[in-house]
Design a binder for this molecule. Structure first.
Ligand SMILES: Cc1cc2nc3c(=O)[nH]c(=O)nc-3n(C[C@H](O)[C@H](O)[C@H](O)COP(=O)(O)OP(=O)(O)OC[C@H]3O[C@@H](n4cnc5c(N)ncnc54)[C@H](O)[C@@H]3O)c2cc1C
Length: 374
């Protein structure tokens, strides 16, 4: 059977593309069952999940970001709330929107609009690589697509620990010279992790030392690489999206919002191409332009990731204090947030969830409303 669109990778980017293609013949391939491959702390903006009707996956809403450094703690009240969410639930909610066929199989390569798998080849008019940092299909067209020296690496464990806000620790002398540790609370539990800006994978001892400072012990582990430099979003006939296209942001390591943003827009462009409103070549060009329009912002964050951890600690603290000023924070955050803003859909914001949100004035399961959009 020939499909309209084949998508390799059923996580944030791939499912966001599929969700825009209801009614089309879409095949989604993943080496794992949908919703089982969590690698991240799953922190993102509430408004992003609201725009995509994914609020029911929210576990806790956070109005603040807290950066801990030796001797100083900086608390930033966010102009828009962030949240932590349930990865499996979010994937299933997106999948319900998609109306596509799922096959559990690894995509091994791409040739003449066919995706090669151990079950045989699947043909599609359009093929999308959303397989994460390895770009399983992109590398079969361009073997040098993935630069190992452009990857960050992170490890995480989930433990009983409660807090408010998203917390980062930057302690270059005591914990990790070129990296950060974090605590992302999800109700009674927290996702606690460590990330290296050098792509260093030997982080277990650092994680254990960090856990020790919180009186905790590791229990299970997940994580992996996340790219910090944009790659070409179109390689030959292939569309790439999410980490496969290097769309994770440097410094902050935020990759979910870009994956959902570019995935949604790419899905909409492909729908228009399939409906004959634009050609596939035009869809390629428009998608390329959408990504290119954000390249300057990506490059700035990449430079900051290289420079900031090499600066003397007092200078970093000075910068953190500067951003702490309300007007500077507001301007910086608005630019950062707006780059990937999705329009709020006209759905009702009332929702029910069985999750365990943990935030002042906000109770789940009783039809309460999330904080209003900024
Ligand atoms: C420890 C850690 C913490 C993080 N925390 C955050 C956070 O809190 N907030 C945030 O915004 N970002 C975070 N990130 C980054 C974020 O996880 C990624 O940017 C995001 O997952 C990218 O989404 P994606 O859909 O492009 O790729 P992925 O989520 O990596 O999904 C790729 C999918 O493709 C599948 N796949 C892979 N190879 C193949 C193949 N050959 N054939 C078929 N399927 C394949 C995989 O099974 C997977 O389902 C974190 C990353 C790490 C490592």
């Amino acid at each position: 059977m020939e499909y309209d669109v084949i998508i390799a990778g059923a996580s944030f980017a791939g499912l966001a593309v599929a969700a825009q293609l209801r009614g089309k013949r879409v095949l989604v391939l993943d080496r794992k069952p949908i919703g089982t491959g969590q690698t991240s702390a799953c922190g993102t903006l509430v408004s992003t999940l609201r725009a995509l009707r994914l609020e029911a996956s929210i576990l806790q809403v956070h109005d603040r970001l807290v950066v801990h450094t030796p001797g100083h703690t900086f608390t930033y009240i966010m102009p828009e709330p962030f949240c932590t969410f349930d990865y499996t639930k979010l994937c299933h909610l997106l999948w319900e929107q998609a109306d596509a066929t799922f096959v559990q199989a690894p995509a091994l390569g791409f040739e003449d609009n066919a995706v090669i798998t151990p079950n045989g080849a699947y043909r599609g008019r359009i093929v999308v690589d959303a397989s994460g940092w390895r770009a399983a299909l992109g590398t079969s067209v361009r073997p040098d697509l993935v630069r190992r020296d452009r990857l960050n690496f992170g490890l995480e464990t989930t433990l009983m620990y409660q807090d408010n806000g998203l917390h980062f620790w930057y302690d270059p002398r005591g914990l990790l010279p070129m990296g950060v540790t974090w605590v992302f609370p999800i109700g009674r539990l927290s996702r606690i992790g460590v990330g290296s800006y050098l792509g260093d994978t030997r982080l277990i001892r650092t994680l254990d030392r960090f856990l020790h400072t919180l009186d905790l012990e590791r229990d299970g582990i997940h994580g992996g690489y996340f790219p910090y430099e944009l790659r070409d979003p179109v390689v030959g006939d292939l569309f790439l999206v999410g980490d496969a296209a290097g769309q994770c942001l440097a410094l902050t390591g935020e990759g979910i919002r870009p994956a959902l943003f570019f995935g949604t827009h790419l899905g909409q462009l492909l729908r228009r191409a399939l409906d004959g409103e634009i050609s596939i070549a035009e869809a390629r060009e428009r998608y390329r332009q959408l990504v290119l329009a954000r390249k300057r912002g990506y490059d700035t964050l990449t430079r900051l990731q290289r420079i900031l951890p090499r600066m003397p600690l007092p200078l970093v603290q000075g910068l953190l204090a500067l951003i702490h000023r309300p007007r500077v924070l507001e301007r910086a955050m608005q630019r950062y947030i707006r780059a990937f803003a999705l329009p709020i859909s006209d759905i009702s914001h009332r929702y029910h969830t069985t999750g365990s949100p943990h935030t002042a004035g906000w109770e789940p399961g009783n039809g309460a409303e999330l904080p209003p959009p900024a």
